[in-house]
Design a binder for this molecule. Sequence first.
Ligand SMILES: [Zn+2]
Ligand SMILES: [Zn+2]
Length: 502
Amino acid sequence: MGDNKTCKYHPEEPSSWNCSHCDIAYCRTCIPGSVDNYRGKPKCPMCNYGLEFLGASNTAEPFWSVPHRFFAYPFQKDTLMVIGLMTLAGWFMTAGLLTLFLSLFLIVGFIRYGLKVVQYYGAGDSIAPPLGDLGAQSGEYIFLKQVGIFVAFGFMVYLAGQVHPAFAAVVAFLLNLMMPASIMTLAQTNELGKAINPLYLTVIILKIGASYLALLLGVFTVSSGPGLILSLVGESLPVGIVLPLLFLMFSYFSLVTYAMMGYVIYEKQAVLGFSVVMDDDEFYLDDDEFERQQLLATSNIYFHEGRYEEARKLLLEGSDKYRNDMEYNDRLHKLFMILDDRKSLVNHTNFYCESLVKQGFAGKAVTVYLDAQSKEKKFQLDTALASLEVAKLLFQQTKYMQCIILLNGFHKRFPKSKSIAEAYTICARAFSEGLNDDAKAAQLTAFVKKLRAQEATKKQSAAATSSPSASPSEGGDVPRDGEVAPEDDGIDERDKPIEFKL
Ligand SMILES: [Zn+2]
Ligand SMILES: [Zn+2]
């Protein structure tokens, strides 16, 4: 199974889903959302077979790299209460026969709580289980099963002892090694038969692999903690203090151990064969966002696989819904570039660049425009706004030639634009500063001057018209309604210098 496999389409991402039919692993970007977003299981975008969930086995950090989490685990409200109760149980033990019964009751509760910790952490939940949860679980006799494990293991050692005392020692040692696997199995399956079956446990241990060695090391280190501390301070203290202290230590270190076992289950859930917990609620997306991410993800996969026509078909289905979505348009742009579909590229670039400029992403519009221009040498944007904003940045980026191409014939294409003078001023500077063509720059500057003069006259005449004493008309040279007449002599003359050869 996909152990440590990364996503085929995002090699830096760990995979969460696997298609055994195509042998492709997918990450969460490729298969967006949570399990709840899919009716049943998600399907492989390539072959439409159901995908297998890899659980956290590829995304969880290895057990031994996060020890601090386990030592911090008991410092939560419910776990601190549990530790408090256990300390109390230690004190009860010293206080007489009646309270001894009470402390046994608390120990039973503690073991059940510990198994809960394994279950919770096994499902990826690092929040301690609430104490109130213990009542709800009473029907499962899980404590008795835990006792059953101890009894069964003890009996196996006894049987081995009937053969030879040394054999009993070996069996005891081996069963000790299996104890964490047994507790984990009990917590996950609630089946005593599996939890005491050495063959089943061996398989579990082999599946966990190196992490199990780390777990054993952790368990033995941690469980020797109380004894060690006791041996340091124990003899100097009265039993009324030592016993509660021992219980406090024992419960803290046990909780650390339970958390470790739970985490190993979480880390290895896909290979363990325990029912895989799909605790991926955090990835749940609302319907719209899910639909959007799925469209982007699947088209990206088609794209990588060279299934361009399918990618195009899929993307165009969203053309109304996502017309101003940058990621969507970017995907479409790349597709038309790769397909070398000039007509679609030009149409889309026109739309996309204007949308980008309006959203304040003129820089991005420049990139998109230059892309399209690399395919269509004389490509010009079809709105005055986008042309001007992109041209300004092209000038700043010293892409003078591209800037001039974009602004060529601006006044003819956008006769009603109020930015003609501005556009040609940029153009003149591009000729002069960029291409050292001062002659053309001068012609353009002259045109701009003339245009500004016309505008000024027009303003005067407009003011005159609105004032009752002024004469209504100045003659043919004044453009009406803010239009620069394309047939104007000055314009034709100026038109030539910017129709240059590429
Ligand atoms: Zn991916
Ligand atoms: Zn597949």
